[in-house]
Design a protein around this ligand. Structure first.
Ligand SMILES: [Fe+2]
Ligand SMILES: [Fe+2]
Length: 209
């Protein structure tokens, strides 16, 4: 899907109006990182990658009541496991906001990337992985784990020999970010969503094939 620059610029402005300054700066960081990565492995999809990055946290700052009313409107329910992890609610309601308010951008890939950007999914596409990873390593992230992974991937992006090798590098970076998340949540005695481990195992298996 291609969009005119003007359309994407207008989308960026609207997202900026809807998010806090901090969240918007993070969003722009995700857009920048996602473009950088996709230039190397799916240059023809950059417009849609930009759209997914700009919209990925669109409902992150919603109140519980706002999340619930969106679910009701769309006849969608949280699973018990989803309900227990409020930090992932926005990946379930985000696609609903996009369908309601940004329908011209509501492609399958954009909706799926938003849906899968928090805990992943065992059948994630490369498009999904790029948004997932960019969210974790965008330049505003200062945690050592994020910085290490960012530097590793950016070095890889500079010197990669072929596209396939770079894509393998993206898969391993996603596995590493999931493992970092699992370690972090375990150390804080927080609940780990089952999809996080399922996604890690599925991508690991793909890498071993
Ligand atoms: Fe998010
Ligand atoms: Fe984010």
């Amino acid at each position: 899907m291609k969009y005119a620059n003007r359309q994407i610029d207008e989308l960026r402005l609207e997202v900026g109006r809807r998010l806090s300054e901090k969240r918007f700066i993070h969003t722009l960081g995700v857009e920048e990182m996602a473009v950088l990565i996709s230039e190397k492995c799916m240059p023809e999809r950059i417009d849609e990658i930009r759209v997914a990055a700009l919209l990925h946290d669109i409902s992150k700052e919603y109140s519980e009541a706002e999340h619930i009313s969106l679910l009701k409107k769309h006849n969608v329910e949280f699973s018990d496991e989803d309900r227990a992890v409020p930090s992932i609610w926005h990946s379930i309601t985000g696609p609903l906001v996009v369908m309601d308010d940004f329908s011209e951008f509501a492609t399958e890939d954009v909706l799926s990337a938003i849906r899968n950007h928090t805990v992943g999914s065992p059948d994630m596409s490369l498009f999904d992985e790029i948004i997932f990873l960019s969210d974790y390593i965008e330049s505003g992230r200062t945690h050592t784990d994020c910085v290490t992974l960012r530097n590793k991937l950016l070095t890889e992006a500079l010197y990669f020999e072929n596209e396939e090798q770079f894509i393998t590098q993206i898969h391993s970076a996603v596995v590493e970010s999931l493992e970092n998340n699992i370690r972090h949540l375990t150390s804080q005695n927080n609940k780990i969503h089952s999809k996080t481990k399922l996604t890690r195992d599925a991508i690991k298996a793909k890498l071993e094939r």
